[in-house]
Design a protein around this ligand. Structure first.
Ligand SMILES: Nc1ncnc2c1ncn2[C@@H]1O[C@H](COP(=O)(O)OP(=O)(O)OP(=O)(O)O)[C@@H](O)[C@H]1O
Ligand SMILES: [Mg+2]
Length: 234
């Protein structure tokens, strides 16, 4: 995977469109995300938020345009190289995507196993991050017996544990009560302070209005309003 370094920009979308059959989910979208950005992607249901996020880690293929991630042109990433690309990301999926046959501990540990971390270090780091998201006491349980909010916390733990360069989060606080949401959100801010570019897709106006961050508003697959001022959201 050839990395053409561009120091400031972690992600560049240039004239990106995505069509699902006749449906156009994204149309001619040009967006840059800096390495130190904290970005909210907002807009009504069906606007293209999840689609935009999926294109970044090659969860879906673009129909036209180009995307650079950390200097890598995704058009040049082969199917075999996709797992390598994904290691740049911590991904919080809208539907969590936890592995049902693995315990909470093992779901999170898997990220470090793949990265070749020694098992004693895995033990310590996983318990530490489960503690941070407030779910350490459930480490031996299987995801399906956890509530939606608890599963979401496991998903967040898995996304931040390997200190990825980019964190993408699709409605990361969608299933949480206000206290848990605030706690999860502050973990994303900590990851950002440690150097990750963070991109959060969310409907949650209150979350956006009460935090600093750039706002990209999508409507019908296009940018409606982009700003660094949360109060320009309306
Ligand atoms: N796999 C798919 N096949 C066909 N159409 C799709 C597919 N995925 C998304 N779409 C369509 O693309 C559009 C954008 O969907 P997307 O999931 O990106 O919206 P969203 O902004 O994330 O919405 P929400 O806020 O409800 O999560 C929608 O009209 C959706 O129906
Ligand atoms: Mg979505």
């Amino acid at each position: 995977m050839r990395e053409e370094k561009n120091k400031e920009m972690m992600i560049r979308l240039f004239r990106v469109s995505k069509h699902y059959g006749k449906k156009s989910a994204l149309i001619d979208l040009t967006v840059d995300v800096a390495a130190d950005d904290f970005v909210f992607v907002t807009g009504p249901s069906g606007a293209g938020k999840s689609t935009m996020i999926k294109l970044l880690y090659m969860g879906e293929a673009i129909s036209s345009g180009s995307i650079l991630v950390d200097g890598v042109n995704l058009a040049r990433v082969s199917r075999k190289q996709v797992p390598l690309l994904r290691r740049k990301f911590g991904i919080i999926f809208q539907d969590f995507k936890l592995i049902p046959t693995r315990t909470v501990f093992d779901n999170v540990a898997l990220v470090l196993e793949v990265a070749g971390v020694r098992s004693r270090e895995i033990q310590t780091r996983v318990m530490e991050v489960l503690d941070q998201v407030g779910i350490a006491d459930r480490s031996g349980e299987y995801p399906q017996i956890l509530s939606g909010g608890e599963q979401q916390r496991v998903a967040v733990a898995r996304a931040i544990i390997a200190n990825p360069k980019i964190i993408v989060a699709d409605e990361p606080t969608g299933s949480l009560d206000p206290d848990s949401a605030a706690r999860i959100f502050s973990l994303l801010q900590t990851a950002h302070a440690k150097g990750a570019a963070v991109i959060i897709a969310t409907h949650d106006r209150e979350l956006i209005a009460s935090h600093d961050g750039r706002v990209i508003r999508l409507e019908d697959g296009r940018i409606a309003k982009s700003s660094s001022e949360p109060d320009m959201l309306q």
